[in-house]
Design a binder for this molecule. Structure first.
Ligand code: NAD
Length: 273
């Protein structure tokens, strides 16, 4: 498993993690256990997923030392004004003393409390209760404001990113500011993307599944990637992506698939609380 260095002193993040959105808490324990057994060492949850208890049970009960598993959780939109309390509630549900990464889930510009929330994340980071802090669904505008008005630059920004939404402007902005890019819905939620004829060609060429081709593309872009599956065979399949390489032509063929089309909400307007 390859790891990437966050801009936080010495903290490394396993480049491929396991996403658990839409896995109910009762099933999350088993799914995370299966993922850890398959070799994953990075789990991506959120307060809003309602499954931190199940994730925590799996992490605590898997037999691996705590420091061998990288755990991310996220601050929900309704909690921007009470981020420290919400963080403590997440830790209690996880049953952990610290998380490796704590993210603001969405900026919610209309609410305009994300700068205040970031101040609380900075305190949580300084107290050592999150080894790194970052954002999710932030745009050039909202990230620029955070960088200008606060002390710590986010270590990572988790955004919707897959071959149909390649986010070139965001990736260039992240790179220019020392922020890692993390791809959510990296498989396009498994919908039309994995049936794309261009991926079928590459799948045939490399003897890999379309999902493996897409995950390999993310890794070669330099992003952190967190595919989700509740199916053991797919959980195992999605981590077997470190033993082949896409060549320049393959990368160009996937590059040509961009449609700049979101599956998820637009961060400028998403204001669910
Ligand atoms: P994904 O792109 O990882 O797709 C998951 C779906 O793809 C599965 O439910 C399954 O139907 C299919 N799939 C998975 N592996 C497959 C395989 N090998 N072959 C064929 N089909 C396969 O979508 P996601 O769950 O939306 O995103 C992954 C993770 O990203 C989430 O679990 C969550 O942790 C994170 N996420 C974050 C945000 C955010 O706002 N920060 C939003 C959405 C998701």
């Amino acid at each position: 498993m390859n790891s990437l260095l966050l801009n936080t002193d010495g903290v490394q993040i396993p480049q491929l993690g396991f996403g658990v959105w839409q896995i109910p808490s009762g099933e999350a324990e088993q799914a995370v256990r299966t993922a850890l057994e398959a070799g994953y060492r990075h789990i991506d949850t959120a307060a809003a997923y309602g499954n931190e208890e199940g994730v925590g049970r799996a992490v605590r009960g898997c037999g691996l030392p705590r420091e061998k598993v990288f755990v991310t959780t996220k601050l929900w939109n309704a909690d921007h004004g009470r981020a420290e309390e919400a963080f403590d509630e997440s830790l209690a549900r996880l049953g952990l003393d610290y998380v490796d990464l704590f993210l603001i889930h969405w900026p919610v510009p209309k609410q305009d409390k994300y700068v205040q929330a970031w101040g609380a994340l900075e305190k949580i980071y300084r107290d050592g209760r999150a080894r790194a802090i970052g954002t999710s669904n932030f745009t050039v505008k909202t990230l620029t404001r955070l960088i200008d008005e606060t002390d710590i630059t986010p270590s990572i920004n988790q955004i919707e990113l897959h071959p149909y939404l390649q986010q070139r402007e965001m990736r260039a902005f992240h790179e220019a500011n020392g922020i890692l890019t993390e791809a959510w819905s990296p498989l396009g939620q498994g919908k039309g993307l994995l049936n794309d004829p261009a991926l079928a060609v590459l799948s045939e060429k490399h003897g890999r599944t379309p999902a493996q081709i897409v995950l390999r593309w993310h890794l070669q872009l330099g992003s952190v990637v967190i595919p989700k599956s509740a199916t053991p065979s797919r959980i195992a399949e999605n981590i077997k992506v470190f033993d082949f390489i896409l060549d320049t032509e393959d990368i160009a063929a996937i590059g040509a698939l961009n449609r700049s089309r979101r599956i998820g909400p637009d961060p400028d307007t998403f204001d669910m609380t």
